[in-house]
Design a protein around this ligand. Structure first.
Ligand code: CAA
Length: 387
């Protein structure tokens, strides 16, 4: 399907720049970092210098000042080379920068967005706790006001870039009796006494993207670091996740495309029973189903990207489109990477080719930033009005 009529010269330029960078700088190191689990500090810094870590952030705060479609196009290209780089790019752009640009004070934007949008440092987002993942309003972490500070206590988990981020937007209960309406958001700087990164997770995939717990023990944060107003945290968290889900959809589409392209090349080369394996209908139909889902996912992503750009003027919510794009793209990533492994046979299971990495990396897209079950819940509630 051709969406090229939707792309401006600027869109094509950032897409090409991200594609070239991903091929030249990321693809050659992806397997090595997947094996070692080492954080790719150098390439992330270079992505910042190219403007990829704050694509939609206004230029006055160190960003590239482009639209959501530009962000999506660039992110898909990065994800095609390595999903771990892609999630760090997504979280920094969406869960971190977007939240502060949208809800922060002028001082907060200057201090906390500028260094991160320009790629000097990474930002993180911390909502989840061990006992509260999908049901995030049941968090136990607390923040208590004390003069012109808040004292934060709690254990957060599954934080993308947790061990390497310089700043984190963290959600804590300020009024537990009010449930979701008692949650507030804070920006916390690395090095603040009482704030440490805890256990690093050992995961199935995206090894180069470090994920950890964050520990808050009587951590004093200036009241000036409250993001939005007290009690607005849950809505901020959900609104920001709408944007995060666009990013994960792009990560998933990049993975699906990488698996698809590898498969098309392989079925045209590999022979069995006197034929190219792509000539067998069982294989050809897999290719057809992969391509069809990829283009459908792209359509949903472009649609939500344009809705988000429009929302700056219209204020429209794009929750439904974001959930549909994330749901469909992540299931497409699983579908395509699963078929890619099968098409490649033993070679698909071997670390000699990146196909097995695509397969392992794809699974998380159905889980983080809202599982597929949560996306279905969001979509069905919005469509039926029932809960
Ligand atoms: N935008 C703005 N406001 C929103 C919103 C959105 N997308 N979604 C909900 N709200 C508002 C509602 O309007 C409501 O406000 P009112 O009370 O004023 O009407 C309020 O928030 C509460 O909404 P709900 O009653 O619908 O909330 P709920 O408790 O039933 O939860 C949910 C809804 C969809 C299940 C939600 O909790 C959810 O999305 N859960 C999944 C959380 C998630 O994605 N976690 C992943 C964390 S990040 C991560 O993965 C780690 C990482 O580093 C990448």
């Amino acid at each position: 399907m051709s969406f090229s009529h939707l792309l401006t010269d600027e869109h094509k330029m950032i897409q090409q720049a991200a594609r070239d960078f991903a091929k030249k700088e990321i693809a050659p190191i992806a397997a090595e970092h997947d094996l070692s689990g080492e954080f790719p500090a150098e390439t992330i810094k270079k992505m910042g210098a190219m403007g990829l870590m704050g694509i939609e952030v206004p230029e006055e705060y160190g960003g590239a000042g482009m639209d959501t479609l530009a962000y999506a196009l660039a992110l898909i290209e990065i994800a095609k080379a390595d999903a771990a780089h892609a999630v760090m790019m997504s979280v920094n752009n969406s869960l971190y920068c977007h939240g502060i640009v949208t809800h922060g004070t002028e001082e907060q934007k200057q201090k906390f967005v500028t260094p991160s949008a320009s790629g000097e440092v990474l930002g993180a987002y911390s909502l989840t706790e061990t006992q509260s993942g999908s049901d995030s309003a049941t968090m136990r972490g607390k923040a208590v006001k004390d003069g012109d500070e808040y004292i934060l206590n709690g254990l957060k988990s599954w934080v993308t870039s947790g061990p390497v981020a310089s700043f984190v937007v963290v959600f804590m209960m300020t009024d537990p009796d009010k449930g979701a309406k008692g949650i507030s958001a804070f920006i916390v700087e690395k090095g603040t006494p009482g704030f440490t990164a805890g256990r690093k997770e050992h995961k199935l995939g995206i090894h180069a993207s470090p994920t950890s717990e964050l520990i808050f023990e009587n951590c004093r944060v200036p009241a000036a670091n409250l993001l939005g107003k007290e009690g607005e945290g849950f809505k901020i968290a959900m609104g920001v996740l709408d944007v995060g889900r666009i990013g994960i959809a792009c990560q998933a589409l990049g993975l699906a495309e990488a698996a698809y392209e590898a498969s098309v090349a392989y079925v045209g080369e590999r022979e069995a029973f006197g034929k190219k394996i792509g000539q067998f209908q069982g294989t050809g139909f897999k290719i057809a189903d992969m391509k069809t889902r990829i283009e459908a996912a792209r359509g949903l992503i472009y649609d939500v990207a344009m809705a988000k750009t429009r929302s700056k003027d219209t204020g429209e919510r794009y929750t439904l489109q974001a959930s549909m794009a994330k749901l469909f793209a992540s299931e497409t990533a699983m579908f395509c990477t699963h078929h890619a492994v099968q098409i490649h046979g033993g070679m698909g299971y071997s670390k000699e080719l990146p196909v097995e990495r695509y397969f392992r990396d794809a699974k998380i897209t159905e889980i983080y930033e809202g599982t597929s079950e949560i996306q279905r819940l969001v979509i069905s509630r919005l469509e039926t009005g029932l809960r």
